[in-house]
Design a protein around this ligand. Structure first.
Ligand code: BTN
Length: 263
């Protein structure tokens, strides 16, 4: 059975989640996030899923690219239409990290993952997953959000420039993973987190708590923040909307957008 992320394989186990009905699969595409944003603009329903075996223009945060070789990773974007203001959207990105964390743990509880705010999942300090959350919004109302998740699953090597910073589940466990099984677990977990949050906005506190528990760097780590002129300090947890707080010589600062480097 080839391990392809085909709708016929994913839809039955996803029955009952918001992700079961509109799964789009591409053998080759520029970027699943771009496809999902275009679909969002065209009125596609909440829960639409865009999966690719290969991306030719996979996008990361900022101007970065996402290395997306054929059938070795999971390249997945989901379209959400949450009834929230844009200022509350960061937490949607954080739940994606939690969902990746749970999905990997469900399949192999020996894998030690570490969430790095806001969007990375690390193993032994190397990146195994990146999340790119994009949105289309009015000032007071989100029209739609696309959460794009890239997981390095069965890569046996990386290009020279990524070798020291990236890893895959196969490289750390020594075994081949079923992408279908992992992708199913991921979407089920994301469905649980998202519906929990939408049905009970009070669950944001538990999400932030769980994120902090699963992150070694969100508290007590010396960091450099590349924001405006740049600043450095020691991380001091997340605020109520999920923004990172950093204690600097000038006082407590909130990281709004920048890249955070661990020192
Ligand atoms: C990052 O770490 O900078 C975020 C990487 C996000 C990569 C995923 S792969 C699926 C989706 N489509 C894209 O073009 N990007 C995201």
């Amino acid at each position: 059975m080839p391990d392809l992320l085909l709708p016929d394989m994913l839809a039955p186990p996803l029955h009952g989640t918001i992700f079961s009905k509109h799964i789009h699969h591409y053998y080759k595409i520029g970027s699943t996030n771009t496809a999902a944003m275009e679909a969002g603009n065209g009125g596609a329903p909440e829960g639409s899923v865009f999966l690719a075996e290969q991306q030719t223009a996979g996008r990361g945060r900022g101007a970065h690219q996402w290395h997306s070789t054929r059938s070795s990773g999971i390249y997945c974007s989901v379209l959400l239409r949450p009834a929230v203001p844009p200022s509350d959207a960061l937490i949607l990105s954080l739940i994606a990290g939690l969902a990746v964390y749970s999905a990997v743990q469900e399949i192999d509880s020996r894998v030690m993952l570490d969430l790095k705010w806001p969007n990375d999942v690390l193993i032994e300090g190397k990146k195994v997953c990146g999340i790119l959350t994009e949105m289309n919004a009015e000032v007071t109302r989100v029209r739609y959000v696309v959460v794009g998740i890239g997981i390095n699953v069965n890569q046996s090597s990386f290009p020279a420039d990524l070798q020291t910073i990236a890893t895959s589940l196969r490289l750390v466990t020594g075994t081949e993973w079923s992408r279908v099984e992992l992708c199913t677990a991921l979407l089920k977990s994301l469905d649980r987190e998202y519906r929990g949050l939408m049905e009970n906005p009070g669950s944001a506190a538990s999400i932030l708590h769980r994120f902090q528990e699963r992150s070694s760097s969100v508290r007590g780590r010396q960091v450099e923040v590349e924001e405006n002129a740049g600043f450095e300090g020691v991380t001091e947890g997340l605020d109520s909307r999920g923004f990172l707080q950093v204690r600097t010589a000038q006082g407590l600062r909130t990281v709004l957008s920048g890249t955070v480097r661990l020192r």
